[in-house]
Every structure is written in C-alpha cells, then in structure tokens.
Design a protein around this ligand. Structure first.
Ligand code: GRF
Length: 206
C-alpha cells in the first residue's frame, strides 16, 4: 500500500473521514505520518488516537527556508512517503517539494475551481464569494498541487445546489459533508494507480 503523509493545520475532519474509510477497508493506503504546522490542531489528536506518528513542523520556526526544506525532506524520506495528502493545510509547500512530488500531492478545495479559488480564497471566504456572486451551484474540487494556488490538474469535482435560504455557514456545512463523502475516492484512485494523467487531463476510474 502506498505510504501517505497527511498535512493538516486545523480540526482535521477530512483526515478523520479518510481514517474512517481506511478502517472500513475502502481506502487502500498506509498513513505513515501526520505533519502539521500547528501543534494544537485537532488533526494531531486524531493521528495520535489512530497510532499515527505526528510531526510538528512550523515553517515560521526556520529563519532560512533551506533549513525548513531540508527538515521536511528528511521527514518525508524517513517515513518513505510516496503520496502527500493535504487536508486543510494552510501553508504553502516549498516549490522543491512540489517538483519532487509531481502529481503525487493532492489537495481538496471547498469550491468549484477555477471560479472560486486562488490566493486568499480559503475557508469561509469561498462560501462568502459563492453566495455574494449568486451562484446556483457550488461543490468541491480535488486536484493535484502545482506551484500556483488551487491550480493543478483536477482529479474529482462534485457539486451541490446553492439553496435560496443558504448562508455562508449553511453552505459551508453541506460542502464539508461532500468533502467527507468523496475525498477518499480520489485518494484511493491515486494510491491504487487507477488514473492516467496527460497534461491537465486526469482520467480513469475515481
Ligand atoms: C476543508 O474545507 C478543506 O476543503 C480545506 O480546509 C478545510 C479543512 O477542514 N482545504 P478540516 O480540517 O478537514 O475539518
């Protein structure tokens, strides 16, 4: 099974949903390590409860980005990481890591790309923008990570209707449920190498 590093900064409900799918046998990966910039993140507690090693690695602690890069590279090598799964990770990965893990870093975005994404478009900002625009659908985008925010090839998108009564909060809650229901499918398809990738076009059985 592919060895996965999960990166998370917050509560880690997506990480929790992935752990649950592994427990039911739907998701075929080995969670080797949870890496967080935030030692008090709920995601760290979830990892410890599941017996998964936690590494606290805040980029801001390093005065020299090269030292951070070396530390992060060492951790990924030590745990023999083959696939990086971002699950609410609020820091940008060093470009050297993005290049070294080309098409082996996946992220989930709580909106439909490319419409509601890019720098500054995270968390409630996405749902605020969707409601303010008057969009009738929203959804989730799972994509490979390249050097631009929210830009790499799309692996999976799922949509939901924006209801007339929706507020950013009610919409956020339904989008998060959609994330929990589907992220594991994309991760499993990548881990089991069911996808073929040609430029931006990712096809295959997700
Ligand atoms: C999710 O909405 C995800 O799309 C975004 O960050 C949020 C993380 O939530 N990248 P959680 O920590 O998994 O609960």
């Amino acid at each position: 099974m592919m060895k996965v590093a999960v990166f998370a900064s917050g509560g880690g409900s997506n990480f929790g949903a992935l752990l649950a799918r592994k427990a039911t046998g739907d998701l075929h990966v080995e969670f080797s390590v949870l890496i967080s910039n935030n030692s008090t993140a709920g995601a760290c507690d979830r990892a410890r409860a599941a017996g998964i090693p936690v590494v606290h690695l805040p980029p801001g602690r390093y005065s020299d980005p090269a030292l951070y890069l070396r530390e992060l590279s060492d951790v990924l090598a030590r745990f023999r990481v083959e696939l990086i799964v971002l699950a609410g990770y609020m820091k940008k990965l060093p470009p050297e890591i993005v290049r070294a893990f080309y098409n082996r870093i996946v992220n989930i975005h709580p909106g439909l790309l490319p419409a509601f994404g890019g720098a500054g478009m995270y968390g409630h900002h996405v749902h605020d923008a969707v409601i303010a625009y008057g969009a009738k659908v929203s959804g989730i985008t799972v994509h490979f990570v390249d050097e631009e925010y929210d830009h790499g090839p799309v692996v999976l998108q799922e949509t939901l209707k924006v209801l007339d009564a929706d507020t950013p909060q009610t919409l956020a809650a339904r989008v998060l449920e959609l994330e929990h229901a589907h992220y594991w499918r994309a991760v499993d398809a990548i881990a089991q190498q069911r996808l073929s990738i040609q430029g931006r076009r990712v096809t295959g059985n997700v």
